[in-house]
Design a protein around this ligand. Structure first.
Ligand code: PNS
Length: 163
């Protein structure tokens, strides 16, 4: 079984992310979800809350044997890939805008260390969903319960309660 890294902010982890995870695992990979610090991004959930929610989602989805969630340490993604023995990164594409964002990173990771990027097209059911829109809708009182798994929703509620 080859190891692949699914990196991202996951703030919060959405049903689109879960679909991507399932599909990467279904290809026979051991999947490491690498949760970035990304202090430059103004988010809602701290790293521990995101990791905790993803771990709970994986357990509920029956994916815990094949998929694990870890912190993506500060530094290069390719160094993390080397450290965990992964030859490829998995990323989802919702649209051509995503491709424009992803292409330079994929080329850079390949240039730096020969790390490949496997792109999976986001299922149309989830292609309008982004973590940032989920945060905005939730912050403005909208219902996001059909866009994110229950542990992500619990984490958003908990963060809102303390802010
Ligand atoms: O979910 P996001 O925020 O779009 O994920 C971005 C992420 C974590 C994939 C990206 O910021 C990243 O790869 N960070 C690692 C830093 C790095 O290696 N940069 C240089 C090569 S592109």
């Amino acid at each position: 079984m080859s190891t692949v890294v699914l990196p991202g902010s996951f703030d919060p982890f959405t049903l689109g992310h879960l679909d991507l995870t399932r599909r990467a695992a279904a290809l026979g990979h051991h999947v490491i979800i690498a949760v970035s610090h990304n202090p430059a991004k103004k988010g809602t959930l701290d790293l521990e809350a995101r990791l905790g929610a993803i771990t709970a989602v994986l357990a509920e989805a029956g994916l815990a044997e094949q998929v694990e969630a870890r912190t993506l340490p500060r530094g290069l993604l390719v160094d993390f890939c080397r450290d965990v023995g992964a030859g490829a990164v998995v990323r989802g594409l919702r649209s051509q805008l995503d491709l424009a964002y992803e292409e330079p990173m994929a080329r850079m990771n390949h240039h730096l260390a020969g790390v490949e990027t496997l792109f999976l097209l986001t299922d149309a059911t989830w292609s309008h969903i982004s973590s940032s829109l989920v945060r905005e809708v939730h912050a403005l009182g909208g219902d996001v319960s059909d866009m994110i798994p229950a542990p992500s929703l619990d984490a958003l509620h908990a963060a809102a309660a303390v802010s």
